[in-house]
Ligand binder design. Structure first.
Ligand SMILES: C[S@@+](CC[C@H](N)C(=O)[O-])C[C@H]1O[C@@H](n2cnc3c(N)ncnc32)[C@H](O)[C@@H]1O
Length: 283
């Protein structure tokens, strides 16, 4: 093999990014995200699909689709849907749920920051509490815009920093690994000014609305234990501090207190999980 024929060595940055994404994939495949999605937040998908105004025949891409929370109701509206996600381990349950619902769609492994689709491919590109977890917000927003046809719609639903899940991440932060250089915190996608800046003048008709989802738990402890068992990001933090019982006790107490502070354990036992729902039209 001549020097010129030798494959180029990937840049150190590319290696680091692959490593980071592999870590993220393993995190989302841990615990039981499919169960959490079905039991706690399944109501979000239809809300996003309604806001995205999906019609029969639309070509729709769901980014970071998980088990199809938004993809399945979009397909049931008669759209041609691709459910894409970094974590294909989630597709097995997604396929089963789609079959049970009578929905037909395609499942495709894809990093939101490097979507394997041509420019201008979709009438609607959407994401339910998904693209917010891609670490480089600018790259992910660029991809959403790139694959959407001119005049097509982008619809993104993200937990707000002030809402319950935003506060969960704030509570876990002192115990979590620091963000790698260049990575941004997920709940920033729930900040309207941040999202406006990400899309900039590449979109028109930008609209953002804060809404809430009511999620019941019997107590702060019940919420904490459910997340410790099922939610990848919480599992990852507890794994990191597993050898330090004092830290574990402190995080246990902080998470239970977070639940109580949001009304869990009181009559009704329901916390309002706030999210930002953004819709816009690509120029
Ligand atoms: C909270 S789940 C949301 C899944 C689904 N949209 C729902 O509403 O249930 C976050 C999803 O983001 C995916 N994800 C994380 N980083 C990603 C990335 N860089 N590219 C694509 N998907 C990613 C995870 O695999 C996971 O399925």
């Amino acid at each position: 093999m001549t020097d010129t024929a030798r494959p180029a060595r990937p840049a150190a940055g590319a290696d680091a990014d692959r490593e980071l994404k592999a870590k993220h994939r393993a995190m989302w495949a841990s615990g039981d995200y499919p169960r959490l999605a079905s039991e706690k937040i399944w109501g979000l998908g239809p809300r996003l699909v309604a806001a995205a105004d999906i019609h029969p025949g639309d070509r729709v891409l769901d980014v970071a689709a998980g088990t199809g929370n938004a993809s399945i109701p979009a397909a049931l509206r008669g759209a041609t849907v691709i459910a894409s996600d970094l974590t294909p381990e989630l597709f097995e349950v997604g396929r089963r749920l789609a079959t049970e619902a009578g929905a037909e769609l395609e499942w495709r492994e894809a990093d939101a920051e490097a979507l394997p689709f041509d420019d201008d491919s979709f009438d609607v590109t959407m994401s339910a509490i998904g693209v917010m977890f891609a670490p480089h917000h600018g790259r992910a927003a660029d991809e959403l815009v790139r694959v959407t046809k001119p005049g097509g719609r982008v619809a993104v639903l993200s937990w707000t920093p002030e809402g319950f899940i935003g506060q969960l991440f704030k509570t876990m932060k002192p115990f979590a690994a620091p963000l790698p250089e260049g990575a941004q915190p997920a709940p920033l996608w729930g900040d309207e000014a941040h999202v406006r800046e990400l899309f900039g003048d590449r979109v028109t008709d930008f609209a953002a609305e804060r809404q809430t989802l009511e999620v019941p738990f019997d107590s702060g402890e019940a919420f904490r234990d459910y997340f410790k068992q099922h939610y990848g990001p919480t599992i990852a933090v507890f794994r990191r501090i597993a050898d330090d019982p004092e830290q574990v006790r402190a995080l246990d107490a902080a998470l239970a207190e977070l639940g109580r502070a949001h009304g869990l354990g009181e009559p009704g036992g329901t916390a309002d999980w706030e999210y930002l729902l953004v819709t816009a039209r690509v120029r």
